[in-house]
Design a protein around this ligand. Structure first.
Ligand code: FAD
Length: 387
């Protein structure tokens, strides 16, 4: 039986799924509401599980070329600049069998789009409705056109319309209590060593840099504050200088060097895990299925895992799309939900939900030799379709 899939959303989840399904010979049509590749956000940390998925999609060389080299990790006292702990990433790499790669988001996105075929993506197509049917599922676009296929995969992100359809109504996301400022900046060792993931912590805040290719750091600042505080794009330097004025010299250098015009500000939300990902021939994937805080850097990796799991489900049920989607759901909901809850837990400790727990964490960091942190990260990495 020849299967056709419509994928809505050309983010990292949708593009990974498009490549994964095409590897099986499934005909894929991708629809994306924006008119060009312009992702929000500067970079992501693709942990070893995500890298294994990209390798599986045939992108081993390209991924390694775009990835920053993280040889070590450190935590630094945000106020004094004293190192709390520093340790090698090698034990992690040895244990899981793959180096992680932080990658600039636009470059990761473009790599996936090119692997599928940039010109084959239907840009400027905003889905406004999706319906299941006996033989086909159908999507409708804002321009009045439609497309039908054996399956529709809604990889339409955190505010997914497909999710609304699958669950039978809208669900409310939860504000996680902090705002994340992020961007790219030229490597400067006054901020942190060039091959280290350096994190300054203090006062329930976090300032972090990690290398991506091209002698650049991906940086981010986490600032707890109420939801809805107004912000004018381009003013990040003033805002961060006011928030972090008494922080260590490395943080001041970062604030001076960042480009306010390209610094993003994102309010962080997540969504309680849910187990219904499929309604007949319509399924959700990526943030549409599991919207997480970025506190363990697993949202995108989990979307890539979804794509590989979807491929395995169709490999095992090549002639039965309904069975394949059921197998996909069965393979993914527990694992993805676990990552959302792990991230929420880390988020709360990092951002002072209970200040005593945050203070205890800072004390732990001062006595850490890396063993506990690496154990925690390995716990996030293992458990996906490629383990
Ligand atoms: P998206 O990337 O949101 O893509 C969805 C696409 O669907 C978009 O292109 C959108 O335009 C399109 N779309 C939406 N609605 C429609 C419609 N109606 N019609 C047509 N198209 C539509 N993850 C990690 O793995 N590691 C990290 O280090 C990390 N850091 C992060 C830091 C921050 C600050 C944030 C906010 C997230 C981070 N993440 C990280 C999470 C990661 O960004 C997401 O999990 C990932 O982008 C999800 O990919 P996706 O394809 O599901 O959704």
């Amino acid at each position: 039986m020849s299967v056709k899939a419509v994928i809505v959303g050309a983010g990292m989840g949708g593009m990974s799924a498009a490549i994964a399904l095409e590897q099986l010979g499934i005909e894929v049509a991708v629809y994306e509401q924006v008119t060009e590749n312009k992702p929000v956000g500067a970079a992501i940390s693709v942990w070893s599980n995500g890298v294994k998925c990209l390798n599986h999609l045939g992108l081993q060389k390209e991924t390694a070329e775009l990835g920053g080299i993280v040889d070590s990790m450190s935590y630094v006292d945000g106020f004094t600049g004293d190192t709390m702990c520093r340790f090698s990433m090698q034990p992690l790499i040895d244990e899981v069998g793959q180096r992680p790669y932080p990658i600039a988001r636009a470059e990761l996105q473009l790599m996936l789009m090119n692997a599928y075929g940039y010109d084959a993506i239907n840009f400027g197509k905003k889905m406004v409705a999706v319906h299941d049917g006996d033989d086909r599922a159908t999507v409708e676009f804002a321009d009045g056109t439609t497309d039908s296929a054996d399956i529709v995969i809604g990889a339409d992100g955190a505010k997914s319309l497909t999710r609304e359809y699958v669950l039978g109504g809208p669900v409310a996301r939860r504000y996680a209590g902090y705002v994340n400022f992020n961007g790219l900046v030229e490597v400067d060792e006054k901020i942190g060593p060039a091959t280290e993931w350096t994190t300054y912590v203090g006062d329930s805040r976090r300032v972090s840099v990690m290398p991506v290719a091209g002698n650049r750091f991906y940086f981010f600042f986490d600032v707890p504050m109420p939801e809805g505080v107004p912000f004018e794009r381009g003013t990040a330097r003033e805002v961060l200088a006011a928030e972090f004025g008494d922080w260590a010299p490395g943080v001041q250098t970062l604030i001076e060097k960042l480009d306010p015009a390209t610094t993003n500000r994102v309010e962080i939300l997540d969504l309680d895990p849910f187990d219904t990902w499929v309604k007949g021939r319509v399924a959700v994937l990526g943030d549409a299925a599991h919207n997480t805080t970025p506190d363990i850097g697993q949202g995108g990796c989990s979307a890539m895992e979804d794509a590989v799991a979807l491929q395995f489900a169709f490999r095992d049920h090549p002639d039965d799309p309904l069975a394949a989607l059921a197998a996909y759901q069965a393979a993914r909901t527990e694992r993805a939900g676990d990552l959302v809850l792990r991230a929420r837990k880390r988020c709360d400790v990092t951002h002072g939900k209970d200040p005593e727990k945050t203070a205890a964490w800072y004390e732990e960091l001062r006595g850490e030799d890396g063993t506990n942190i690496i154990r925690g990260i390995v716990g996030n990495i293992v458990g996906g379709p490629l383990t």
